[in-house]
Design a protein around this ligand. Structure first.
Ligand SMILES: NC(=O)c1ccc[n+]([C@@H]2O[C@H](COP(=O)([O-])OP(=O)(O)OC[C@H]3O[C@@H](n4cnc5c(N)ncnc54)[C@H](OP(=O)(O)O)[C@@H]3O)[C@@H](O)[C@H]2O)c1
Length: 267
């Protein structure tokens, strides 16, 4: 039987990409779901697919960068299902512009809100319930949170902040039974680059790279849920990236060049 059967899981950023695939996969595994994102219509489509797979689903549309909405999200999970077993903080957005070309400096604050503060607020709201269930927090960071990446300064900073918060929280939660898993994908073919913020603070509108050449969203989801199920402390996706983490200790300039080349290739 699947480890997720009957588990109550909140997924932020469930209207698209990795979050939507995580929701569909968990639905097929028998989880009970609370799905969050801003686009209510798109969220309803994902929820319908999950219900078709047999899942009970609560949809909570709204912006997770707001503290109050994160409290509402968790409250709705408790009202509907009476418990919370896993929180997956997946909502996020990236940038695609050199720092010295950014004209709308508000980009840096928005990236910090959506990638960092949303996860902090959702987790703080969920913690009492996760303590009660000895549950899991799963945070979707990025390789950009592990090492510098050109064109992504504000995004890398926000994802690195996640590491600081959640590595520390994990220690505070020692002995509580609540696990913290930080997931660091590389390039995943979700089409999200089209939604990356450009130098003018607006979404690019089209991906500047070949999304088809990237890790599939299905593979990313499989690895993410496996790490969550086993309560791994961190998942760095791809063996090349894991090698890069070791190399960074010895030859950080080489890793900088690898990051530069990876961005030039788009994967
Ligand atoms: N794809 C990659 O290559 C990749 C690599 C490394 C890490 N990641 C991380 O993986 C996560 C998912 O990425 P993805 O590629 O699946 O992105 P995506 O396809 O653009 O989906 C992002 C999701 O986040 C939601 N979201 C964005 N801003 C929000 C807000 N303010 N409030 C609530 N929901 C919000 C979006 O829904 P609405 O627009 O409806 O709100 C959408 O459901 C992100 O944290 C991303 O940084 C992705």
């Amino acid at each position: 039987m699947s480890a997720w059967r009957g588990q109550v899981v909140v997924v932020s950023g469930a209207s698209l990409g990795i979050g939507a695939e995580v929701a569909r996969t968990l639905a097929a595994e028998g989880a009970r779901l609370v799905l969050a994102a801003r686009d209510a219509a798109r969220l309803d489509e994902i929820a319908a697919a999950c219900r078709t797979a047999g899942a009970e689903v609560e949809v909570v549309a709204g912006d997770v960068t707001g503290e109050a909405h994160c409290r509402v999200l968790v409250d709705r999970a408790i009202q509907r299902f009476g418990r919370l077993d896993t929180l997956i903080c997946n909502a996020g957005q990236a940038m695609w512009a050199r720092a010295d070309e950014v004209t709308d400096w508000g980009v840096f604050e928005r990236l910090m809100r959506v990638n960092y503060l949303s996860a902090v607020y959702c987790t703080l709201a969920a913690l009492p319930h996760l303590r009660a269930s000895q549950g899991r927090v799963v945070v979707v960071s990025s390789l950009a949170g592990k090492t510098g990446v050109p064109m992504r300064t504000g995004y890398a900073a926000a994802k690195a902040a996640l590491g600081g918060f959640f590595d520390s929280l994990r220690i505070e939660l020692m002995g509580s039974g609540v696990s913290v898993t930080i997931v660091c994908p590389g390039f995943v073919g979700t089409g999200s680059r089209a939604r990356n913020l450009g130098a003018d603070g607006l979404p690019l509108g089209r991906s500047p790279v070949n999304e088809a050449a990237m890790m599939t969203v299905a593979e990313c989801t499989r690895q993410l849920l496996d790490a969550a199920e086993h309560r791994d402390r961190e998942l760095v996706m791809t063996s090349k990236a894991r090698l890069g983490m070791w190399l960074k200790l010895l030859m950080p300039a080489l890793v900088d060049r690898m990051a530069s080349q990876a961005m030039a290739r788009g994967r």
